[in-house]
Design a binder for this molecule. Structure first.
Ligand code: GAR
Length: 219
């Protein structure tokens, strides 16, 4: 049985997707937030999952916050720590402590658009394809070996909200998939820092929108 701790800061819809899809052999031990008012905590409690709050504002430094956060997390002895909209920059020491067992989801096709406001920046830059990435966390912000990505088209009529909603729908598919791979011990990091997924099937960790039928078949 793999123990999982999920970290959130707000709505928690990715956490919810993972809880709903919880694969055999996994147990969500706790949902932890840095904000007491994170809406996702209510869903977790309603589903009988332990919750905890470590309020970053109560700590004088990032190091002190991360140390307490790690103490609370480690109290659950997790095999996997899942960042699901956890909006804190983590110290190198924290990331190193969870090396190989810390996943994050980011709303862009990394390495494009790390950081905030990814949907607005995608529209402003004129890219035709945007998406989401699940990756192992490394000390650099929104960086690290990619586990799975989903691509969505950027449509001419899109604004930040419509594009965010289209991406989020796919986030809710790829994050549970990545967690399932981890739980089934199918994820490995090769020497070059690339993720390999045993028996991953035809999608190869990549979900893309279907092409128009005429593009697929050609003239
Ligand atoms: C998600 O879109 C997630 O990809 C993003 O925050 C949102 C959280 O939503 N994460 C980041 O931007 C991390 N850099 P949720 O609380 O409903 O899961």
């Amino acid at each position: 049985m793999k123990s999982i701790v999920i970290l959130i800061s707000g709505r928690g819809s990715n956490m919810e997707a993972i809880v709903r899809a919880q694969p055999d052999g996994a147990r969500i031990r706790a949902v932890i937030s840095n904000r007491a008012d994170a809406a996702g905590l209510v869903f977790a409690r309603d589903h009988g999952i332990e919750t905890a709050v470590v309020d970053h504002r109560a700590f004088a430094s990032r190091d002190a916050f991360d140390a307490e956060l790690a103490t609370v997390i480690d109290g659950y002895a997790p095999d996997l720590v899942v960042l699901a909209g956890f909006m804190r920059i983590l110290t190198d020491g924290f990331v190193e402590h969870y090396r190989g067992r810390l996943l994050n989801i980011h709303p862009s096709l990394l390495p494009a658009f790390p950081g905030l406001h990814t949907h607005r920046r995608a529209i402003e830059s004129g890219v035709r394809v945007h998406g989401a990435t699940v990756h192992f966390v490394t000390p650099d912000l929104d960086c690290g070996p990619v586990v799975i990505q989903a691509a969505v088209p950027v449509l001419p009529a899109d604004d930040e909200d419509t594009l965010a909603a289209r991406v989020l729908e796919h986030e809710h598919r790829i994050y549970p998939q990545a967690v399932r791979w981890f739980v089934e011990e199918r994820l490995t990091l090769d020497g070059a820092g690339r993720v390999r997924v045993r028996d991953e099937g035809p999608a190869h960790g990549c979900i893309v929108p279907p092409l128009d039928a005429d593009l697929r078949t050609g003239p």
